[in-house]
Design a protein around this ligand. Sequence first.
Ligand SMILES: Cc1cc2nc3c(=O)[nH]c(=O)nc-3n(C[C@H](O)[C@H](O)[C@H](O)COP(=O)(O)O)c2cc1C
Length: 173
Amino acid sequence: MDVFEAIDKRYSCRTYEDRAIEPEKLDRVLDAARLAPSARNFQDWRFIVVQDAATRAKLIPAANDQAFVGSAPAVIVACSNSDYVMRCGQAIGPIDIAIALEHIALQATAEGLATCWIGSFFPDKVRAILGIPEDIQIIELMPIGYPAGGAPAKKREPLTKIVSYDKWEFDSI
Ligand SMILES: Cc1cc2nc3c(=O)[nH]c(=O)nc-3n(C[C@H](O)[C@H](O)[C@H](O)COP(=O)(O)O)c2cc1C
C-alpha cells in the first residue's frame, strides 16, 4: 500500500473485531511512531499500549463513556514530557505526538488495522488508571484493532476552499 492509499483509506474506526493484533504487526505500527520526526529530535514521547482487558474497560469512563475505546484489543496512550515552546510560539508536545500518532494510524491502515483519535477523555482519570506521573502530559488516546464493518465516505472540503497560492486569499477559516 503506498502512502496516499493509506491516507485515503484511514478513517476513524468505532467498531472493532474481538481479535488480538499480531505482535509483529503491533511492533511495526509502534516503529512507525518511533521513526516520526520531532522538534529538535527530542523524541519527547512515551506510548503506553494497553491490552489488558480489565484496564481497557476502566478506560471507557475515562474516555467520556466512549465504549468503543475499550472494545478495541489495544489502546495506545500517547504521553509527552515536553513543555518546550518553539520560536513560533507553539508547544512541541502536542505537535510531536500528533505526527507520531498519525504515523501509527497510517501504518495501522497499511497493516489492515484501524484506529481512532480520541481527544474526548479525562486526563486525570487516565493518569490514575495507568499510574502516569503528574508532570507528564497525556495528549491523546488511540484505540487500534481489526475493523468490524467498513469505512464511511469521507467528508472533506475541496482543495479550492483550503489552499491559496502566494498570499492569503480566504475570507475566513
Ligand atoms: C485530535 C482529534 C481528536 C478526536 N477525538 C475523537 C473522540 O474523542 N472521539 C471520536 O469518536 N472521534 C474523535 N476524533 C475523530 C474525528 O471525529 C474524525 O477524525 C473526523 O470526524 C474525520 O473523520 P475520519 O477520521 O473518519 O476521516 C478525533 C480526531 C482528532 C484529529
